[in-house]
Write a protein that binds this ligand. Sequence first.
Ligand SMILES: [Cu+2]
Length: 259
Amino acid sequence: MKYLIATSLSVLALLFVVVNVSAHNGWVEINTPIVEKGQKAYTELYFGNHSDQHTSYRIDRKWGIQDTKVIVKTPSEKEHDMTSDFYYMGEVSEVDDDRAGLNNFYNGSFKTDEDGIYTVTAKGDFKYGDQEEARVRTAKAFVAASETPTIEGVEEMTGYEQPVTSDRAEIVPMFNPVVTTPGEFITAQLILNGEPVEDEDVSVIRRSDSADIQLETDLNGKFGWEAGEADYYLIRAELEDEGVEYEATMTFVVQEKND
Ligand SMILES: [Cu+2]
């Protein structure tokens, strides 16, 4: 009986978490998680997540690119600012006023020239709709470059577990985000100003159908779950600290298991 009560309480808590989330998020995607060294990596900036009580993968509106910096960290920890490379994929007002600036995304690319994992971080501190204050957004994605661009060729690579910010909210994967396969138990950490954030809601949203799972960070800011089917996934957390709204997102790909 005690067990039953505990179970129904946790179901209630979960429902509360779902309706409590209330804003749109920005995220970065990498077109292909593993590329041959010397080839380009293609990236997109998306903004959305409106339907299904804000756990959807759908695009809604667009990034505020004017208040954004996109930084690529190379395997040897050099940083490149690629912000000016992004191109808006929707129509612009010079062409068609009615359709200008509607729900759409930005794309950009960079050339890989080292073996290892590249981290792409978009810092987008912009307002949308009638928000009065800009939200502080950190969106991350990863791509591995290798002369042998296969899962086996890149599975020993590291670097993804290094935080890239010290004064923002950020999701740090504790699993190699380019080689995960279905059913693996994976863990990530939510940090703010370099410190773990406990008791915070986190969602993991699947791209093909917007199916989501709800998690909560532990004392060390960590949260873990079983990787779903091969697909593209978005991890999202939103928090407030001293009157500032923060948002941290990360995308990664679950790969098919090789036989
Ligand atoms: Cu909305």
